[in-house]
Design a protein around this ligand. Structure first.
Ligand code: SF4
Length: 302
């Protein structure tokens, strides 16, 4: 949305302090991708991931423009520019799909694979115990878990699969490895957002819980605050601790090492704050059980 000129200015400034081998990535809905922007991203080594939720009818259910029109056509045009750029091997990092549990996982996977991505990330929708995520009928229902189990089956049986980070993480952690995503396994991330006005805030996913849930008590601004000092403050330590699941259910759960208790935003409720299992707990259990049974069947786990 900055446009090419201001994006270049930003990238020059960022690259003055971050060497070229330091990853900078851009998440976009793809609509404003142009050849000029891709050339800039190539020059300053910025990889791009595009958000798209599957085939047109699924994507356009939620991803609409200001006029309420589905964006699929424009997103695909942006992706086509990206995948046919001379530096696409570097530039085209992958796709990000927010799960619609009413969709058919096979159709979604096929359509995303058809867009030439080398990796796909799947996200469960925002939601918590007080405001259930779209498509989840009760806290104990398993619509997302069943959808992900089908996706896992499709993934495992695909002889030329496109990497799915979320499923790879579940399988890798089940085998004793380390995850790469927030909200899985026992990896902790201190995600800090630098807003467009320079103010620092917590992971912006938290704001779906309540107004101000993503705000620090201190009003830090990047122009005057040093991140290395911010990270040493009790306020930041308190925020960092949020990732640690505190609920009794999680701490006595056989799957804790794999599930990690889910993302903090998914644990919240009006009554208990973050002291709950994930609102996707039942879904996680269904998926992890399936992953373990596949690994056992393949002789990779006892
Ligand atoms: S959210 Fe559920 S599955 Fe995950 S660790 Fe907690 S109790 Fe276990």
């Amino acid at each position: 949305m900055l446009g090419a000129r201001r994006l270049q200015h930003l990238l020059i400034k960022l690259r003055e302090v971050l060497p070229l081998n330091y990853p900078i990535s851009l998440q976009t809905n793809g609509i404003l991708i142009t050849g000029e922007i891709l050339d800039l991203c190539s020059k300053y080594k910025v990889s791009i991931s595009v958000s798209v939720d599957g085939p047109r009818e699924i994507n356009d259910k939620f991803r609409v423009d200001k006029q309420g029109e589905g964006t699929y056509q424009k997103v695909v045009e942006g992706i086509n520019l990206l995948r046919h750029h001379q530096d696409s091997d570097f530039l085209y990092a992958g796709l990000l799909c927010v799960i619609d549990p009413d969709s058919n996982p096979e159709e979604v996977y096929k359509s995303l694979k058809g867009l030439g991505a080398k990796s796909i990330d799947f996200l469960c929708r925002d939601g918590n115990h007080t405001n259930l995520p779209y498509g989840k009928s009760t806290v104990n229902s398993t619509e997302y878990g069943e959808w992900l189990v089908k996706l896992l089956e499709i993934y495992i049986s695909d002889t030329t699969p496109v990497k799915i980070r979320f499923l790879d993480d579940i399988l890798r952690i089940s085998l004793g490895g380390i995850g790469t995503k927030e909200g899985l396994g026992d990896n902790f991330y201190g995600i800090v957002i630098i807003e467009a006005d320079g103010s620092l805030s917590k992971n912006d996913t938290l704001k779906s819980n309540f107004n101000g849930a993503d705000k620090f008590d201190e009003k830090w601004v990047i122009k005057t605050a040093r991140l290395s000092e911010v990270f040493k403050t009790p306020t930041f330590a308190e925020y960092y601790k949020l990732q640690n699941p505190t609920s009794k259910d999680c701490n006595s759960c056989d799957y804790l090492a794999i599930c990690g208790g889910g993302m903090p935003l998914h644990r919240w409720s009006k009554d208990n704050g973050y002291d709950n299992p994930s609102v996707y707990c039942s879904d996680q259990k269904v998926l992890i059980k399936k992953a373990i049974s596949i690994l056992k069947k393949e002789g990779m786990l006892q």
